[in-house]
Design a protein around this ligand. Sequence first.
Ligand code: C2E
Ligand code: MG
Ligand code: MG
Length: 647
Amino acid sequence: MGIAMGTDIGLDIAALILLGILFTSSILRRMTNDISNRIFLLLIFVVAASDVFDIISVLLDRNPNADIHMLYMTHLGYLVMHFLTAPVYLLFFISLVDTWHKLKKDIFLQIVMIAPSLVMLAAFILNTSTGLVFSVDNGYAHGPWFSLMYINTIIYVIFDVVCLTQYRELFSLEDIIALVAVMLFALGGMLTQMLVPNNLIEMFCGSVSLLILSIYIQRPEDYVDSVTRLMKHSAYARDMKRTYYNDKHVTVIMLNIGNYDSVKSMIGFDPAMELLKKVAGKVHDINKKLHGHAWLYYLDNGRFRIVFSGKNIKRVDAVAEELNRQLKQPMNFNGFDITLSPFIVIARCPEDMVDFKMLMSFGADFHKKNYYTGSVMRAGDIYSKNQLDIQTNMDAIIESALANDRFQVYYQPIYSITQDRFVSAEALIRLIDPDHGYISPEAMITAAERNGAIHKIGEIVFEKVCQFIASDDFAKLGLDYIEVNLSVAQIMNSDLPDVILSTMKKYNVSPDKINLEITETAAAYAQDVMTENLDKLTKAGLSFSLDDYGTGYSNMKRVIQLPLKIIKLDKSFVDENNNPKMWIFLENTVKMLKDMKMEIVVEGVETQEMLDAFSDLKCDFIQGYFFSKPIPKSDFVAFISDANKAS
Ligand code: C2E
Ligand code: MG
Ligand code: MG
C-alpha cells in the first residue's frame, strides 16, 4: 500500500515477477476448459493489477510534482483491485465445489454474497466527493470508512470458511490445508500491513498464496491425460462426485471401446496410443461441431466419457449418434484397416445411475456384459435399476445373507442314459435377498471370490449337502452321489481338504457320495496348492468332475494330469449341435474321453431331440431343464421318488 516516503517497492516487484510467472505457467498449463482455471487466472490478474497500481502509487507518492488526479486514480485502482480479491477468491471456491446451478436458483444467497461488494463499491463512488475512504489532498491518508476494506475481506473469508466446511467431503486433506493456508496467509499479510503500514508485505503474501493454490489445487497435470489431452479418470471421479453431492443433473455419454484390448495387442503399444489420440480427436471435434459444450474425459482401457449439463443436455443424442457413426467406420492405421466396437451408452445421472458408486461400477464393464449391437444404447434399457443395484451392493448383500443364514442349496437331477434313471444331482446355491430378490449365483460367486466370502459360503453349501446326504430322505432315493461346485479361489485355499473332510466326518458321509466339480479355468492354473488339495481329497476317496468343459482354454495336458472321473460338456456344445463340424468335433471328443475311461455328463439339455442326439453319442449322463430345473431339497426328494418309481 502506498504509504509516503521510506517504503520500499522491492517486495511489490518481487510479487509482480512471481505473478507473471504464475500467469504464464497457468496459461501454458491450462489444458482444460475447467471454469475454476479461468477464475484462477482472474484471481492472478486482480492481484497483479492491484500490485501494479500499488507500485505506481508508491512512485507517485514520492514525487512532489505528481498530478493529484493521477495520484487519486492509482490509489483508487489499487484499493478497488485489492478489495475485489476477496470476492473473486470466493468465486474460486464456488467453482471448486461446482455449485453454480444452486447459486443461480437462490436469489437470497446471491444478494448476501454480492451485498458487501456493493457497499464497498458505493463507498468508493461516494469517496470522490467525500473522501470517506481515503484522500490524497495532503498526501495519501485513510478516511474514517477505511475499515470497510477490512470488514469486507473478513466477511468474504467467513463465506469461504462456511463453503469449505459445508463441502469438506469434496476436498482431500491436502486441499483443505492449502485452501486454509491461503486464507491465513492473506489475512496475515493484511494484519501485518495494518499494524506496520510501512511494510509492503501484503502483495507479496497475496502472490505466495496464489503460488500455494497453483501448486496444491490448480494442477491440471493431475487431471489431464497426457496422451489424449482429455481429462483423466481422477478428474472424472472428482467431477462426478461433486455432481452427485450437489444434486446436479447431468447426462453422460459412456464410450467403451469393446475390442480395445485385442486391438492393442494386435497393433502394439505406441500405435494403440496413436489410435487413442485419433479417437479423442474425434470426440473433441464432434463435441465442438455440434456445440455440445460437454466435459471430455479419457479414463483408461479405451473408455471415454462425455458429460453434458444444463441446456446442453439436449445435444446428447446428436453427439452420441455422430460419435457412433464415425467410430464404427474402419480406421486406416499404418496400412491396416482397424474396426473398433464402440459401445455407446447414454446415462442420465441421477435418474439412471442413482449414485456415484453405481455410475462407476456400471461404467467399468457394461461392454463386457452386453452384446455389441452397433447402435447407441440407453442405460435404462440395458440394465434394470435393480440389477445394477445388486451389482453395486453385492458385498453388503452377501454379508447380510451370511449373517441371516439366507443361503439355500437347490438340486438339479442328473439322469443316467444307460440305467434309465436319475443317479445323482448337482447342488447349486440360491440366494433370495429381501430387498433385491433373486441373486444370480454367478455374479454372487464372482463377488464372493473377490471379497473372500467364498470360503464361508463354500462351507455353508458343503455342510447343507452333507446334512442332506446323511438324512433318511436321501437314503430312500438310492442316489449314487451329489456334485458340489468348487470355485477357483476355493481350490487354491490350503484349508479346503480339512474343511471338507471334517464336515464329512461330522455327518458321517462316505466319500463316494461326493463328487467335486472344478472348472477348466481352475484346471489351467498349475498351482502347487491346488495339486496338493486334489491329491489329499482323491486319497481320501473323493472324485472330481471337470465342469463347463469346452468353454475355457482346454489345456488338454492339464486335463489329462488331473484326477478326473467325470467331464461335464458345457451347454454351449449343446447349443451348437446343429453345426455339422461341431458335431464331428463332439463325436470325436466323446470317443476320446471314453477311451480315457472318463464319464460324460451333458449339461443344459432342454429338448427331447437333444436328449436323443446325445444318447446316440453314447454319453453317460444328462442334466438339463428337459428333466428339471434346480429345485429346493423337498421338491427334489419328491421328484426323484416319483421318477425313479415310475422307471
Ligand atoms: P454350473 O456349475 O455350470 O451349473 C450349471 C448351471 O446351468 C446352473 O446355473 C443351472 O441352473 C444351469 N442349467 C442347468 N440346466 C440348464 C438348461 O437346461 N438350460 C439352461 N439355460 N441352464 C441350465 P446356476 O444355478 O445359475 O449356476 C451358475 C454357476 O454358478 C454354476 O455353473 C457354478 O459355476 C456356480 N455355482 C452355483 N452354485 C455354486 C456353489 O455352491 N459353489 C460354487 N463355487 N459355485 C456355484
Ligand atoms: Mg457345476
Ligand atoms: Mg457347468
